[in-house]
Design a protein around this ligand. Structure first.
Ligand code: GLU
Length: 371
């Protein structure tokens, strides 16, 4: 099986300012070795470059400016790679450093290259250690965080399992730091608005994501057919127990009809250029594999041309909270969509004086992430 293990900064950073949590990395390395011994192919997505770099530079807080963060990442990435290399050496296991950028995967060729290189590394028996190339990726163009990156990597290698190791036991009914009665949710069959609501928001001092970004990553990865597990980084040996059928942390079951590879780039390669908010009827239609018609579009956010990728949101009636449900390539510009939203297809030609077809986004260009 193909397995992705994601470790966050809050787990990677050790007690001393400039050190990595070597004990944890050593344990993860041992687990990866065991997984490989029984025939699995494993990829690690590791954060920690910025955190470790800050420590080495003597900074006690994460810097505010982007360039300072990028500089810290340059310093820290080398420290991070060295710790992995040192522990994998003990098992004579070769590793490869892969630094991905969103901009590099913006076009389909870049996306395909990343896929082919990772596949090659796995065939060679190498364990890829992946992070974002923070030096070239500023806040505008970066992957939102490494949780998201781990979902992208799961798609790239077509992983069966993604393990997100973090500083809590899993997803709870409420924030366990605030409410001791909060209960661990063991299995999530579908990531609906209730689950998204349980995720809270903020990350830790050094990390970036928090539970909510893990849920968004789980939503993406399960839509590609990957089973996602969120569990405590305290005991990485549980990864093996989970694969043997035991229950630990929170498991998110994969979608029964995963997004196919052709649409994966739409879902996670291209960076979206605008947003659409759709209504109930449109959500029901796209969930059944139909195209998105102008009649189901309630709102257009941003200015964009034809042929770009858009994020598609649905607003829950109870709380008006928009949640992402799909991504797709628009046939019409934002100006055109503003004129034809809410209208039946027959009106398109009348209103615009031309038509690119009945749908705003054709079903072949639509990757439905959640319904
Ligand atoms: N790439 C960042 C780092 O290595 C981490 C980003 C994240 O954890 O989301 O420090």
């Amino acid at each position: 099986m193909k397995i992705v293990i994601k470790i966050g900064t809050s787990s990677i950073k050790g007690q001393a300012e400039s050190s990595a949590n070597e004990e944890l990395i050593e344990q993860v390395v041992e687990i990866v070795y065991q997984l490989k011994q029984i025939g699995h192919q494993v990829v690690i997505v590791s954060s920690g470059a910025v955190g470790l770099g800050c420590g080495r530079l003597g900074w006690t807080e994460k810097p505010k400016t982007i360039t300072a963060k990028q500089a810290a990442a340059a310093v820290g990435q080398i420290l991070l790679a060295r710790v992995y290399e040192e522990f994998f050496q003990k098992y004579n296991q070769t590793i490869g450093q892969v630094l991905l950028t969103r901009i590099g995967m913006q076009n389909k060729e870049g996306y395909l290259n990343a896929r082919l290189t990772l596949r090659e590394l796995l065939l060679l028996g190498v364990v890829p250690i992946i992070n974002e190339n923070d030096v070239v990726a500023d806040d505008e163009i970066k992957f939102s965080d490494n949780d998201y990156l781990s979902a992208v990597v799961s798609e790239l290698i077509v992983a069966e399992h993604l393990f997100i190791l973090t500083d809590t036991e899993g997803l709870f009914t409420e924030d366990p730091r605030q409410n001791p009665n909060a209960k661990l949710i063991s299995v999530v069959e579908e990531i609906n608005s209730e689950i998204e609501g349980q995720a809270g928001s903020n990350g830790s001092q050094w990390g970036t994501g928090g539970m909510s970004s893990k849920i968004q990553a789980a939503k993406m990865a399960t839509s590609f057919g990957t089973t996602v597990h969120i569990l405590s980084s305290q005991a990485p040996s549980k990864i093996i127990e989970i694969l043997q059928g035991q229950k630990h942390g929170t498991t998110f079951l994969p979608r029964s009809t995963p997004i196919n590879a052709r649409k994966a780039w739409i879902a996670c390669g291209a960076s979206p250029k605008g947003k659409l908010i759709i209504d109930n009827g449109a959500l029901a239609a796209i969930s059944k594999g139909k195209s998105l018609l102008p009649v189901g579009i309630k709102k257009i956010i941003g200015k964009f041309g034809r042929g770009v990728v858009l994020e598609i949101y649905f607003e829950e009636e109870q709380n008006q909270q928009p949640r992402i449900v799909a991504k797709g390539i628009t046939k019409y510009s934002s100006d055109d969509l503003r004129k034809i939203k809410g209208l039946p297809c027959e009106e398109i030609d009348n209103i615009l004086g031309y038509s690119y077809g009945n749908s705003a986004i054709h079903r072949d260009d639509l990757a439905v992430i959640a319904n």
